[in-house]
Design a protein around this ligand. Structure first.
Ligand code: DGY
Length: 326
């Protein structure tokens, strides 16, 4: 019997990749950078399965280019805003993702960014590396206390709740804005449900945990920065376009907020030479919140599980468009 044809758009951790290679006639994109959209359009022709990453645009045109035999798209990420799931559903293509497994790793990292920003860790390291450390300074790099402060969560999904668990260990008051979740649920994980305006104006730290949708794109922009305390630290581990980068640059430069710590940016990667990279009060890392060895390994095996199920026509264990099953 002919093996199913699979295109894998980047080398993923070996545990998942080895299993994927056994599942079919696999073509692996070996470059460090993702294939361009045009290359992807060519590569998917005739594929039964596609393994992709959040850096790949997977739209209706691409699904049509692949052909009617495409049964499954298996993405190594929990977020899938790069995939047109509606178009996939219309074509009967199952979309897999990797929920749950990266919750705690990402929450750890959101808290790492929060603490690093509060206590100016990146600036301190730069200060030492650049040879400025001559003595103990009584006012050197004074930051903000985390314990006992107020954390504002925008979004109360799995990762937001996991951040709240960490915050409660620091005796923080936790405010939460999530119009899609009942107040009882928010109260149950130790937060106070309130409006976005209250979260922004009362919090010392604001951490974003919403998916990227038409509604959340640029939900944090110039007017939201004006609502925030001038001492506020913004943490973003969700998706870059949730924050208007240009507005953030001005807010940081003009002292409307104190600091931003970002795992994600718009655009991504942030171009070398972007003015935001000149700011001492902005810490940017390259979208690594889920990047622990254990988590990325588990994500890769979930990708293989989804692909295997999809190729066999079975229900995906971690499906992003369960509506295809009726
Ligand atoms: C995701 O999974 O959506 C993260 O952004 C990367 O792990």
């Amino acid at each position: 019997m002919e093996k199913p044809k699979v295109f894998v758009s980047r080398r993923i951790p070996v545990d998942g990749l080895d299993r994927i290679i056994e599942l079919g006639d696999v073509e692996l994109w070996e470059e460090d950078l993702e294939p361009s959209y045009d290359v992807l359009l060519e590569k998917v022709v005739g594929a039964d399965g596609l393994v992709c990453l959040l850096t790949d645009r997977i739209d209706d045109q691409l699904m049509d280019a692949a052909g009617d035999q495409l049964r499954v798209i298996s993405q190594m990420a929990v977020g899938f805003d790069n995939i047109d799931t509606k178009a996939a559903t219309e074509r009967g293509i199952a979309v897999g993702h990797t929920p749950g497994v990266l919750t705690d790793t990402t929450a750890d990292f959101a808290f790492t960014l929060l603490m690093a920003a509060a206590r100016r860790v990146a600036e301190g390291a730069r200060y030492v590396q650049e040879g400025h450390w001559k003595t103990w300074g009584p006012t050197l790099l004074m930051g903000y206390d985390v314990y006992g402060s107020t954390l504002g969560l925008v979004g109360s999904g799995r990762i937001g709740q996991a951040v709240a668990r960490r915050a409660s260990g620091f005796n923080m008051r936790i405010l939460c804005y999530d119009p899609f979740v009942d107040e009882d649920v928010i109260t149950a994980f130790g937060a106070e449900s309130t409006s976005l305006e209250n979260v922004l104006s009362e919090s010392d730290f604001v951490s974003l945990h919403v998916p990227l949708t038409r509604e959340t794109r640029h939900m944090i922009g110039a007017s939201q920065f004006r609502d925030m305390k001038s001492t506020c630290v913004l943490v973003n581990t969700s998706r870059g376009p949730v924050v208007d980068t240009e507005a953030l640059y001005h807010a940081l430069k003009d002292g409307e907020i104190a600091y931003a710590a970002l795992d994600v940016t718009e655009p991504e990667p942030i171009p070398f030479g972007d003015p935001i990279l000149t700011l001492d009060n902005c810490l940017i890392v390259p979208h690594i919140a889920s990047s622990s060895i254990a988590t990325r390994t588990q994500m890769s095996t979930m990708v293989a599980d989804n692909l295997a199920a999809g190729l066999k026509g079975e229900v995906l264990p971690y499906c992003a468009n369960p509506e295809i099953y009726g």
